[in-house]
Design a protein around this ligand. Structure first.
Ligand SMILES: *Cc1c(COP(=O)(O)O)cnc(C)c1O
Length: 447
């Protein structure tokens, strides 16, 4: 007998039988390890905020919150999610370049800790909405810095961006603090990129953002109640990548924070963490429906694919790099051949693994895409071919919980009202005899 993958002692076959496939399974223990591993080492002045964007599931947010995480949200639903998960308003910040009036109003109603403002236009609108509510809005200015620090997957600083306000514009602005009576400037935010796997780069970012925040607060004479140093901490997905070492992150970042705190002992420093917290905990589990060969290549056609896990397709890179993938129900069996692992969509792009070394795959097998706890279904075209969201399962303290049921056809169709007029048989008039001046080939008749 070959061993199977398990989550806290619960076998993957049992989970698949109980909840069906495709599904995402999250290991609460891995979530805790990832959170605590950094929390225990990081400077106590740094508050860790979970970016719900990476995994907006209510239970994931609740569990991370139970470990101590605060919340960074970017939509009305994410805000409501964080509140339902039990996160206190003073531990929530709201950011995003295109906030609606309703979202700004919700921030004020819920009394979030800070609205991270990303444009002058938003600042004015927020002032207006705050006046309507008879409150003063706490604002952190998101800066688009002039500098960029290399070493991440996606760099944000030093480029034209819809995010934040250019550093130069912020320093040039004349009366930022005083012109808008319902705005209270209290913080600075900058986010320099994602998928950063270098402890040095994280420390360098932190140094520069803290410095920028100090200068900006001084320039406009507002008290620096908080600085959000962004984050963008990555996890290793591909060959040649190495995970960050939380001890080393702390070793590099803590002295920077400590030096800042001697000048600003009461300033709350915020680090945003999305992928870093949730990615390692998740596995995307698909069931193999068919195996076939085409022109010398082996295909495992599974019940789920890029519709739930677009990130695994690896577009954008020149050579497709696979996420780590395994045959979950026979993990110890050695790889025997290379497989194309594909999903149910009618497009050749629906390939979640190319030339994946696997043992002989059979229908009914379970294939897992590891490290899939971030930017999975939430960042995928889940409605393509109307398959909908997959099931999500969390194993927490030895028990498996269904934390999102898979969409069924009624879930999906319930958003489409039925109009009787549109579903009764139409009286089709022969196209050639239409009298609207158009011939059947669409040209205007000139009789
Ligand atoms: C996307 C995003 C995050 C989370 O990014 P990760 O790479 O998942 O940690 C945090 N802050 C901002 C501003 C973001 O846009």
């Amino acid at each position: 007998m070959t061993a199977e993958h398990d989550v806290q002692g619960i076998g993957i076959t049992e989970l698949a039988e109980r909840f069906g496939t495709p599904m995402f399974v999250y290991d609460g223990e891995a979530l805790r390890r990832q959170y605590q591993g950094l929390r225990e080492r990081l400077h106590p002045a740094v508050d860790m905020f979970f970016s719900l964007k990476a995994n907006p599931n209510l239970s994931i947010c609740a569990v991370l919150h139970s470990y101590g995480a605060c919340a960074e949200v970017s939509s009305l639903t994410e805000l409501i999610t964080a509140r339902r998960a039990g996160v206190a308003p003073r531990d929530i910040i709201f950011l995003g370049p295109g906030k609606s009036r309703d979202e700004l109003a919700a921030c004020l109603r819920e009394q979030v800790y800070a609205v991270v403002v990303e444009s002058f236009g938003e600042l004015e609108l927020l002032d207006e909405v705050a006046a309507e509510h008879g409150v003063v809005a706490p604002v952190a200015l998101r800066v688009n810095p002039e500098f960029a620090v290399k070493g991440g997957g996606l760099t944000m600083g030093g480029k034209p961006r819809q995010f934040g306000i250019d550093e130069a514009q912020l320093f040039a602005a004349a009366d930022l603090g005083v012109r808008l009576p319902n705005i209270r400037l209290m913080g600075v935010h900058a986010y320099l990129g994602t998928r950063i796997l270098s402890e040095e780069v994280i420390a360098e970012n932190t140094t520069r953002i803290l410095d920028l925040a100090e200068r900006l607060a001084e320039r406009h004479g507002f008290p620096l109640e908080m600085v959000d140093i962004g984050g963008g901490l990555g996890v290793a997905y591909f060959e040649g990548e190495t995970d960050l070492d939380p001890a080393l992150v702390a070793e590099r970042v803590n002295p920077v924070v400590e030096a800042f705190r001697t000048r600003h002992p009461d300033t709350r420093v915020i680090m945003e963490l999305g992928r870093y917290l949730t990615a390692p905990s998740g596995v995307y589990v698909v069931g193999v429906r068919y195996v076939k060969e085409s022109m010398g290549q082996r295909f495992a056609v599974a019940d789920g694919g890029t519709n739930h896990h677009m990130a695994a397709v690896g577009t954008g890179s020149f050579v497709k790099r696979n996420y780590p993938m395994v045959l979950l129900n026979r993990v110890t069996e050695p790889a025997a051949a290379e497989w194309q692992v594909t999903g149910p969509l009618c497009t050749p792009n629906d390939t979640i693994g190319k030339n994946v070394p696997l043992p002989a795959v059979r229908p009914g097998d379970l294939i897992g895409v590891l490290r899939s706890g971030a930017y999975g279904p939430t960042a995928s075209p889940v409605h393509f071919l109307s398959h909908g969201y997959p099931a999500e399962v969390l194993v927490h303290e030895g028990r498996a919980y269904l934390i999102r049921h898979r969409d069924d056809p009624e879930d999906l169709l319930s958003h489409q009202p039925m109009h009787e007029d549109l579903t009764t048989p139409a009286q089709l008039v022969p196209a050639a005899s239409t009298s609207n001046g158009h011939t059947s080939n669409g040209r205007i008749r000139v009789s």
